[in-house]
Design a protein around this ligand. Structure first.
Ligand code: CAA
Ligand code: NAP
Length: 246
C-alpha cells in the first residue's frame, strides 16, 4: 500500500528535503506551490531527472478556498491524503515599532491560518480511515521568541496550540498530530538574514556552532510519518543544535 504524503511548500529549502526523504521511503509525494511561483515546472523537471515522481499543485495556503479546492483536486486525482506536512511559511521580520498590520496579517495567515486551511479538508478522512499523520513545522522562535519576529513567533507558537488541541480530539482514531520546531536551518529563509546579524547574534547562540541541514529535519518528519511513531502525539519536538532546551 502506497501512502500519500502532502507537503505544503515542497519547493522551498526544507520542504524539498522532506519530499525527497518521504519519496525515498515510498510515499507518493504531492506538494503545493504558491500561485506566483513561476519555477514550479522547472523544479518538477529537475526532480524528475533525479528520479523523483512528485506531483505538484498550485495553492495559496493562506486562502481557505484555495486550500479546499487544492485538496479536493489532489484527492480526486491521486487519492486520500495520509500524511500532511504543514511546512509552507514566510517571515516578514521587523521590530514591533515598525510592524504594520499588513505584515502582521501576512505572517498570521500564511503560517497559522494555513494550518487550519490545509488540515480541515484532510482530517475527517484520516479519522474515518483510522490512520493519519499531521506534522506542523513550527520554529525555535515560536518557543523562545525572537528579536524582530512578533508576528512570526506568535504564529509559530499558535501552531503548537493547534497541535495539542487536535491531537486530543483524534488520539483514539489512529491519527497523530505533532509539531516540529527547527532551529536555524541553512535555507533561503535564513540566508535572507543580514550576514552581520546572522554571524554576530544568531550563530553564537547555537551550541553546535552551525546551521542545521534540511535533511536533518526531514529525517524527523519521516519518523513522525511512520507506523513506529503511532504512540507519539501532541508533542513539540525541538531540533535546534542545542539553541533552546525546554
Ligand atoms: N538579537 C539581538 N539584537 C538584535 C538582533 C537579534 N537577533 N537582531 C538585531 N538586533 C539588534 C541590532 O544589532 C541593532 O542593535 P544596535 O542598534 O545596538 O546596533 C538593533 O537590533 C537594530 O537592528 P537593525 O539595525 O538590523 O534594525 P532594522 O530595523 O534594520 O532591522 C531586524 C531589524 C529586521 C529585526 C533585523 O535586525 C533582522 O533581520 N534581524 C534578524 C531577525 C531574525 O533572527 N530572523 C530570523 C529569520 S529565520 C527564521 O525565522 C527561521 C526560523 O524559524 C529559525
Ligand atoms: P523557504 O525555502 O522560503 O520555503 C518556504 C515555502 O513556503 C516555499 O516553498 C513557498 O512556496 C511556500 N509558501 C510561502 N507562502 C505560501 C503561500 N501563501 N501558499 C503556498 N505556499 C507558500 O523556507 P524554509 O526554510 O524551507 O521554511 C519552511 C518552513 O520551515 C517554514 O514554515 C518556516 O517557517 C519553517 N522553519 C524554517 C527554519 C529555517 O531555519 N529555515 C527554521 C524553523 C522553521 P513557493 O516556493 O512556491 O513560493
Amino acid at each position: 500500500m502506497t501512502r500519500v504524503a502532502l507537503v505544503t511548500g515542497g519547493m522551498g529549502g526544507l520542504g524539498e528535503a522532506v519530499c525527497i526523504k518521504l519519496a525515498a521511503l515510498n510515499y507518493q509525494v504531492v506538494t503545493t506551490y504558491s500561485p506566483g511561483n513561476t519555477k514550479a515546472a522547472e523544479w518538477l523537471a529537475d526532480m524528475e531527472k533525479q528520479g523523483f515522481n512528485f506531483r505538484a499543485y498550485p495553492c495559496d495556503v493562506a486562502d481557505y478556498d484555495s486550500a479546499q479546492q487544492c485538496v479536493a483536486l489532489i484527492e480526486k486525482e491521486i487519492g486520500p491524503v495520509d500524511v500532511l506536512v504543514n511546512n509552507a511559511g514566510i517571515t516578514r521580520d521587523m521590530t514591533f515599532k515598525r510592524m504594520d498590520k499588513l505584515n502582521w496579517d501576512a505572517v498570521m495567515s500564511t503560517n497559522l491560518d494555513s494550518v487550519f486551511n490545509m488540515t480541515k479538508p484532510v482530517c475527517d478522512g484520516m479519522v474515518d480511515r483510522g490512520w493519519g499523520r499531521i506534522i506542523n513545522i513550527s520554529s525555535v522562535n515560536g518557543q523562545k521568541g525572537a528579536f524582530g519576529q512578533t508576528n512570526y513567533s506568535a504564529a509559530k507558537a499558535g501552531m503548537h496550540g493547534f497541535t495539542k488541541a487536535l491531537a486530543l480530539e483524534v488520539a483514539r482514531k489512529g491519527v497523530t498530530v505533532n509539531t516540529i520546531s527547527p532551529g536555524y536551518i541553512g535555507t533561503k529563509m535564513v540566508m535572507a538574514i543580514d550576514a552581520e546579524v546572522l554571524n554576530s547574534k544568531i550563530i553564537p547562540q547555537i551550541p553546535m556552532a552551525r546551521l542545521g541541514k534540511p535533511e536533518e529535519v526531514a529525517g524527523l518528519v519521516a519518523y513522525l510519518s511512520s507506523d513506529e511513531a503511532a504512540f507519539l502525539t501532541g508533542a513539540n519536538i525541538a531540533i535546534n543544535g542545542g539553541q533552546h532546551m525546554s
